[in-house]
Design a protein around this ligand. Sequence first.
Ligand SMILES: [Ca+2]
Ligand SMILES: [Ca+2]
Ligand SMILES: [Ca+2]
Ligand SMILES: [Ca+2]
Length: 311
Amino acid sequence: MKLHVLSGLCLIMTQTGQAQELFLANFEQQSVYNSLYYDLDDPNSPHSLVNNPDEPLLNFSGQGNNLGYSAFYVPYDDPSTGLSDGDHVGITDDTGITGAWSEGNQGYVLSDIDGNFILNFSEIQLNQSTETTVSCSLFIRESTYEGDGTQNASNSDRIAIYVVDPSNGSKIDLINTEGHDIDDLDIEGRWLRLTAQITGFERAKLVVEARNNASNEAFYIDDIRFEGQLNITDIKNKQSAVVPNPIDQNFSLIRRPSALKEIYIQNIFGRIVWRGDIHQNSWSVPHLNSGLYFLNIADRDLTWTQKIIKK
Ligand SMILES: [Ca+2]
Ligand SMILES: [Ca+2]
Ligand SMILES: [Ca+2]
Ligand SMILES: [Ca+2]
């Protein structure tokens, strides 16, 4: 019985063959405030940086497959003013230095931090993806940077962008200037496209760590993308299929398994957002936001997944 089902499964497996955009951060959703950001918290101690009214936004909760992010401040060993003196950080549409954004009309700037600015992106689930890559655009303003970034101190400028897998601690750098004077690396004054292969990462979290201390020292970030091939079993022939798809409010299954064991929906981050009663013949999901989801169906022998769209 098992064998029969498995050979059947081979026939219905299809690979999409081409890299798909899984998650992104393009910084286009948020409002722009053309002012300085003033951190009202104590610059002598590490703390989260909050969004202040009518000031550039530093944090975003995420939307669909657009990643959320949250900002954190860590002072120098010998603390300085940090962002309490008013700085250009966060979401901006200013193109005075870059000429244009790498993508769209907005991006994220990190300037005159007088400490460390850490931008943590939402953790994502990648175990359904292969050939996964992450890429990010970075523009380093032409300036006179100091030090080699190894000291947690003023005049030890540094930018690092990396991805960690929280499930096992693996870490891959997209860039890390530590150990070098930024001026010596020939990376200023133009958009750099940074890419890393992260195949094998079960989960991933992108982190940007920036340290600089002058108003003409600035790092611009844009167009972050996680891409890969989704290994989704395509539902054909004898397997169940969802109708309708896209789903409006309710759906049911063509060829509903007689021994339905489990039916649940995951969002693109891998989180289970809905579980259905296996005794029903149709289900209602009005609470799901519009977008792409994965419906998982299990019978006695097999679990399979179908991409579904909620209208
Ligand atoms: Ca953008
Ligand atoms: Ca500052
Ligand atoms: Ca220098
Ligand atoms: Ca500096």
